[in-house]
Write a protein that binds this ligand. Sequence first.
Ligand code: GTR
Length: 342
Amino acid sequence: MKRTSKAVAGIVTTVLVAGTLLAGCGGKTDAGKQSASGDAKKPSYTFRLAETHPADYPTTMGDKKFAELVNQKTNGRIKIDVFPSSQLGEEKAVIEQVQLGAIEFTRVSSAPLAEFNKALGVFSLPYIFDNEEHLWKFLQGDGTKLLEGLSSSKMTGLAYYESGARNFYTRKPVLAVADLKGQKIRVQQNKVNIDLISALGASATPMPYGDVFSSLQTGVIDAAENNWPSYETSNHYQVAKNLVLDGHQRVPEILMMSKVTWDKLSDEDKKAVKEAASESVTYQREQWKSFEQKSQEKVKAAGVIVTEIKDLKPWQDAVKPVIEKYRAEFKDTLDAIEKARK
Ligand code: GTR
């Protein structure tokens, strides 16, 4: 069922992309359209925003709030249609299209983005943030530089969104880090994740998010990892019922747009887009909190076996070589993350 609708979505995407490219990149423009406020000479646009998650997921709620605020701030001249549930493609493919300007906006995880902008790989390093507070202190401080750095990869970073902590979940019970040895574990697609899984003595299987459910179900992979809301809404909890709360990563979500589109906007519209993005963050984080709670309740009620880790040290020790491997590459950022801890 899911496959079929994705295949159809794929065809629709191709047609839409071709149409957008023919139109000259970057959304439909109707420069002469009279807007409600009488801004007759200002251009109107209809843009698309690609989102992996379903319509009620907290990132999608943030996207919609962002779109609503942009619309308000431009007196209806800029309309952003949010396409949830990977209708416009999986994250890697969407990022490529955003670089081209064929899709104007997206919300993606910083993990797959790291293959397009290396500096973001730092977020896939294990156990570098103590908690949500530590992460946000960094994101709102030196972390803004990483968002700005996206412009060197044909993208314009607009805001970070909350994504909780990622935990492993497996088909067979896992009580200690040694139990992951030999398992085939699906990870988000970037090279840091491959090193992370190797350090655990397991083998990494990077694949798009949309393929994980069937791969767990058929046993192509033994395990995966994600935050509570993704574990729940993707139904992974139904096929990998052992959840071990090691919280190895806090990989922020990123709201961003094509630089091709950004460069075409007037200063006034750029300002509206930036402001709307920042203002949507508080709302997204609130949505995250309540949704995360509901996801926990739902998967626990469904009989998932949740293992809490009292002593994280063996887990952290096992993956130390990964931090060491990347310490020089991410030095400045790691120092800034350390500083945000205090
Ligand atoms: C989720 C994230 C998605 C996607 C997914 C994955 O937490 O919100 O954007 O990256 O993880 O594991 O592929």
